[in-house]
Design a protein around this ligand. Structure first.
Ligand code: FAD
Ligand code: NAD
Length: 476
């Protein structure tokens, strides 16, 4: 908030009195001290000296990119942070000689050349029409493609279909040549990796072309090099779950196809005193009892979140202020959990602390419904007090209904009446809880919570001789 106040104060933060300049590489290199520090991100140069003391990661972290192109470093740490908005008052100008090609802007031939060496082969697209329909076909050349691999957004005449293939993103992005109706369908032919997006024409005329290419159309680039795409979603409902945690339901805009894969999160974005602020959240199901089925359009238009409101927090009090009908922007999904980690699993152990429970919801639901080999799912749920336990009665009901599922609550600040387990995560708690059925049984342990919880937990699991492949920790 202090930083935002400073940016609104009218103070000259670049030292250039509002002028924007072209910056050469030589010039950039000169500004490499704390009190005169320029950094280039995606071809734009910022004077970050005034921001130094506000940087959550500290001054030294920022200095690592002083006088140079900090794009890669920035992307490694927090590519989802909306620096354009946060640093707009610090903009010095553009690079005259770009230190590298701006991310996502590589000429097509270079994209293909780079990928041919290191990534999956580039998809392609085609389109055809009947009197009433236009079908866009994306040939991914991959077998493990499904409905959550493609995200479609159609607004006004702009049509955007992003297909995620491993760590790469393939984009079809055009301004359509004619109008289409609001609803469309997305079909995936999994065994050949073909995606069909069927659009309904508004008028039965013949289209000469699909439309005009928009930014990054027909590009296939590493996902980490693409910006996050957001769409505005409407708040449909907000229910109390505990004294400080609420279930938010957001509705996707019409003409959107977006399914957040199991174990992945999205970024929510809100303008806070004129600056776009972004935080990550993990979508959940509306309850533990919504059977996990393949979502079918057009019902798949709601996204649910369990969000703890921190009264002294920056983002969540603003989120809590939203009224039904208000909008919040939701990004494309991110995350490194892969559903195949659950295949042929026999024992699934979930270690969750506080809202670290959120990624476990879909993992639990998916595993119980879709993994025939599964014999046991055990959740150890760490909270401060009984009042903090999210969906306690649902968890107990699920354990009663499905004998494969067990839940154990561990409290770090219980009242004197609490007779269950107490304390923080510990080797003693874990070694008692994590009983392998046999030496050869396939096991996965998922871990999520406050950073010290996750870090300590990871270390304890390694000490207990679980291998890296048997552990997944959820982080940003
Ligand atoms: P913040 O401003 O970050 O503050 C949080 C608390 O820390 C407050 O009590 C504040 O007073 C205190 N604090 C802040 N700064 C300091 C400081 N310097 N020293 C001491 N105390 C401080 N959360 C959910 O509720 N649900 C989810 O589904 C969810 N999913 C997530 C997924 C991922 C991948 C990650 C990384 C996080 C997720 N989170 C989730 C956490 C979420 O992103 C936010 O961190 C959280 O909502 C707090 O945001 P805030 O801006 O309101 O609070
Ligand atoms: P909290 O403060 O209510 O604590 C819950 C439990 O975490 C405590 O009872 C304790 O058992 C454990 N814990 C807390 N501090 C600890 C410490 N220093 N050492 C060991 N154990 C500790 O938790 P909260 O406010 O609900 O916060 C949840 C955290 O989970 C947030 O930091 C959030 O960012 C994170 N989160 C991450 C993801 C993700 O995918 N990476 C998803 C959701 C939440």
């Amino acid at each position: 908030m202090d930083w935002i106040r400073l940016t609104k104060s009218g103070k000259d933060l670049t030292g250039l009195k509002g002028r924007l300049i072209e910056v050469t590489e030589e010039e950039l290199k000169k500004h490499n001290k704390k009190d005169d520090c320029w950094i280039c991100i995606r071809g734009f140069v910022y004077n970050v000296s005034p921001y130094m003391e506000y940087h959550p990661g500290g001054e030294d972290e920022l200095m690592r990119a002083a006088g140079s192109d900090g794009t890669d470093l920035f992307d490694q740490v927090h590519r989802w942070v909306n620096y354009e908005s946060m640093l707009k008052e610090c903009l010095v100008g553009r690079m005259a000689m770009k230190p590298a090609f701006p991310k996502g802007m590589l000429p097509q031939s270079q994209v293909t050349d780079t990928l041919a060496k290191e990534g999956p082969s580039s998809p392609s697209y085609d389109w055809f029409q009947t009197d009433s329909l236009v079908t866009i076909v994306i040939y991914t050349k991959q077998k493990d493609i499904n409905l959550d691999s493609v995200i479609v957004d159609h607004r006004d005449d702009s049509f955007r279909a992003e297909t995620v293939i491993k760590d790469y993103s393939y984009l079809v992005h055009v301004a359509l040549s004619h109008e289409i109706q609001e609803d469309f369908s997305v079909l995936v032919v999994e065994n050949v990796g073909k995606i069909e997006i069927v659009l309904k024409k508004k008028e039965n005329t013949s289209w000469k072309c699909l439309g005009h290419p928009q930014e990054n159309h027909n590009s296939f680039i590493p996902k980490k090099d693409t910006g996050l795409f957001y769409r505005k979603c409407q708040l449909v409902s907000k229910e109390d779950v505990t004294h400080d945690t609420k279930l938010f339901c957001l509705m996707l805009p019409p003409s959107t196809h977006l399914e957040v894969p199991v174990g992945q999160h999205v970024y929510l974005r809100l303008p806070i005193t004129g600056t776009e602020i972004v935080k990550p959240y993990t979508p959940v199901c509306d309850s533990l009892f919504s059977e996990f089925k393949e979502p079918v359009l057009p019902n798949n238009i709601y996204i649910y979140f369990l969000i703890k409101i921190y009264p002294a927090g920056f983002f969540t009090p603003e989120l809590d202020q939203l009224q039904i009908g208000d909008y919040v922007s939701v990004s494309n999904p991110e995350g490194n959990f892969i559903i195949s980690q659950l295949q042929e699993l026999e024992d699934l152990f979930l270690l969750a602390a506080g809202t670290g429970f959120t990624p476990m919801v879909k993992v639990l639901n998916y595993a119980l419904t879709n993994i025939p080999s599964l014999r046991k799912v055990k959740l150890m749920f760490f909270n401060k007090t009984e009042d903090d336990i999210i969906w306690r009665s649902q968890l107990e009901k699920l354990a009663f209904k499905d004998k494969r599922f067990e839940v154990e609550f561990v409290l770090s600040a219980p009242t004197s009446e609490w007779s269950g387990k107490q304390g923080y995560i510990s080797p003693a708690l874990l070694s008692e809880f994590l009983k392998r059925r046999s030496d050869t049984s396939k096991v996965l342990i998922c871990l999520c919570g406050p950073t010290p919880f996750t870090e300590q937990g990871m270390k304890m699991l390694h000490d207990l001789n679980f291998s890296k492949d048997e552990i997944h920790s959820f982080t940003a």
